[in-house]
Ligand binder design. Structure first.
Ligand code: ZN
Length: 364
């Protein structure tokens, strides 16, 4: 059994000038994986992506959004200039095609996990997706990769319960919006665990603990707004006190991870305090849930991360953990949160989260 890595040069063709969500992010990741032997290691398998169909994109997006991406992409192609969908979401002549492959790479990885060719996978794709909702692209994102993947599992793969874990430093507001009242697919259920820098201090300014979902989704969304400068010790508390007990009740059959690597303490867009081994150490815990309930099925999809050399090391570390080489990480000096932040989590944030969700889960 092996770990899949989804990658294709088409992902570099979403080329948007000097924008921080640059194709060079992916170049740095793939170069680092090659230099460090991952791509020659028989325990890892390169997964060739396919295009998602428009019908699959429609699982979570309005036709108007799809049409807009296509038309603006064609305009960029015709003029030779990068175009914009909103203030910070840019489009090249190849963005529409790259976006279909970005979603499709995730779907291909799911196929290979479900048919047993690989054990789990990391989708090194772009453009990213977690800020795009049903009708609008935003925050550097085009099609919501993880949301389409969720519906794909429900509608085409017979999976009934999915847990989405979004550890990007920015709140995954698009994914949250798409599944705010859960999925309409019959007999299926999704829960979401969103951790991010507190929305009072960072884009998109949402992801507060009162956003717990509505209707069929009420009580199925867990937001964990972390104070600026929080190190990864604070995310481990989220796992221990929220994710782990809830998943023991929910029993997810598949775990999808929106992985941003912009929680690193040097990231230029954010103010957090994680190391580049932090996400991998968090992933070690998540793997225990996948092992117990989901037949080890985990798909990680790339979202943000803007310190390209740190991100490459963080991705390498996650791949090692996916492949059960937990002790084989590239590590920097450990960091820990200031006591006042830990006290805030223990005495204020955590009790408040549990209080908001206690009517929906026995574990609180
Ligand atoms: Zn981000």
């Amino acid at each position: 059994m092996t770990t899949g890595i989804v990658y294709h040069p088409i992902y570099l063709e979403h080329k948007i000038g000097t924008h921080v969500e640059s194709h060079l992010r992916l170049v740095a990741i793939m170069d680092f994986l090659k230099e460090n032997g991952i791509m020659d290691d028989p325990n890892f398998k390169l997964i060739e992506p396919r295009k998602a169909t428009l019908n699959q994109i429609r699982y979570v997006h309005e036709d108007s959004l799809i049409k807009e991406v296509k038309e603006v992409s064609e305009l960029s192609d015709a003029t030779g200039n990068v175009q914009s969908l909103d203030m910070d979401t840019l489009v090249s002549g190849k963005t529409f095609e790259a976006s279909l492959y970005s979603v499709g790479g995730n779907l291909q990885a799911i196929d290979e996990i479900m048919n047993g060719n690989i054990k789990n996978a990391f989708a090194a794709v772009r453009p990213p997706g977690h800020h795009s909702n049903r009708y609008k692209c935003s925050g550097f994102c085009i099609f919501n990769n993880i949301a389409v993947a969720t519906e794909y599992l429900f509608r085409e793969k017979g999976i009934k319960r999915v847990a989405i874990i979004d550890w990007d430093c920015h709140h995954g507001n698009g994914t949250s919006s798409i599944f705010y009242s859960n999925t309409e697919t019959k007999d299926c259920d999704v829960i979401m665990f969103h951790s991010h820098q507190d929305g009072r201090t960072l884009y998109p300014g949402s992801g507060f603990i009162g956003e717990i979902g509505s209707g069929k989704g009420e009580g199925k969304i867990f937001n964990y707004p972390m104070p600026p400068r929080a190190a990864e010790d604070i995310i481990m508390k989220f796992f221990d006190e929220i994710i782990s007990p809830v998943c023991h009740e929910f029993k997810p059959e598949f775990i999808l991870i929106s992985a941003g690597f912009d929680t690193h303490w040097t990231d230029q867009l954010t103010n957090m305090g994680w190391t580049y081994q932090g996400p991998a150490n968090y992933l070690k815990l998540i793997k225990k849930i996948a092992k117990k309930y989901a037949n080890n099925r985990i798909l990680i999809t790339l979202e943000g991360g803007y310190e390209v050399d740190k991100q490459a090391k963080a991705v390498y570390n996650c791949l090692k953990v996916l492949n059960n080489e937990d002790d084989n990480l590239i590590e920097e000096k450990p960091r820990s949160s200031q006591q006042e932040l830990l006290d805030y989590i223990d005495n204020k944030l955590m009790p408040e989260i549990k209080d908001k969700l206690k009517d929906y889960w026995n574990c609180f």
